[in-house]
Ligand binder design. Structure first.
Ligand code: ZN
Length: 163
């Protein structure tokens, strides 16, 4: 099992690379490792590849984020690009699997539309608001080497057993 890297690791500050061959065994393995590491974190909603040490532009969203009607929603976003952002912004409570156990408020666009490839190499578009929009922005920040604490206001720290 891949440990989730914590703030201070160099790779978390680096811009991740575009994925060239989505169907290659190496990339498929990265995706499956990301799913396993995310599933293990009870409070995790998404994970980016650099968080488990791979410098690629991939993030995976947890099943927890979707309800039963959304069973067919894409979970894996490869080479994601934000192609539309709402003018409206909101302050959202945020945390990160790589910044245990800090929480803070980050200004995020209310709605964003992302273009990406799934793990089969098919291109798709997904618009999201609220939590999904927040995940898109937080995870794409990871792929650009940005951690939420660099943008957050009112940072507080909680002990794990208070969760
Ligand atoms: Zn994060």
């Amino acid at each position: 099992m891949k440990e989730i890297l914590q703030i201070g690791e160099k790779i978390l500050k680096e811009k991740a690379l575009e994925v060239k061959d989505i169907l290659s065994p190496a990339i498929q393995k990265v995706i499956s490792d990301m799913k396993k590491s995310l599933a293990k974190e009870g409070d995790g909603v998404a994970i980016a590849a650099p968080q488990i040490g791979h410098p690629y532009r991939i993030f995976v969203i947890s099943d927890r984020v979707f309800d039963e009607k959304e069973a067919n929603e894409e979970r894996v976003y490869i080479n994601p690009k934000i192609i539309k952002t709402s003018k409206r912004k909101e302050m959202m409570e945020e945390g990160c699997l790589s910044v245990r156990w800090k929480y803070g408020k980050v200004e995020r666009a209310e709605k964003v539309t992302v273009e990406a490839y799934n793990e089969k190499g098919e291109k798709f578009l997904r618009g999201g608001s609220g939590l999904l929009a927040q995940i898109f922005q937080h995870e794409i920040d990871h792929l650009d080497g940005i951690l939420f604490v660099e943008k957050a206001k009112d940072l507080t720290e909680y002990e794990p057993d208070e969760e």
